[in-house]
Design a protein. Structure first.
Length: 71
């Protein structure tokens, strides 16, 4: 996992716990056979792919039902 990707993704998702959860879930999806949402190169691991997807806006944090009800 590249440190520069972590820094870039943490600028988008500022809460480290949420970022970890998002990356972990996406890595699990990729490992289960889901297709990457970005162009990849063979040297990219699943975590690098997940972080790049977050950076490029392909994977976003969805509002929970509680957040939607409060508006």
């Amino acid at each position: 996992m590249k440190n520069s990707l972590i820094v870039q993704a943490s600028e988008i998702i500022e809460d480290p716990q949420i970022l970890i959860n998002m990356v972990s879930r996406r890595v699990a999806q990729l490992n289960q056979g889901r297709a990457p949402l970005i162009d990849t190169v063979p040297s990219m691991g699943a975590a690098d792919i997940a972080l790049t997807e977050i950076i490029e806006g392909k994977v976003v944090l969805a509002a929970s039902n509680d957040d939607a009800d409060s508006e």
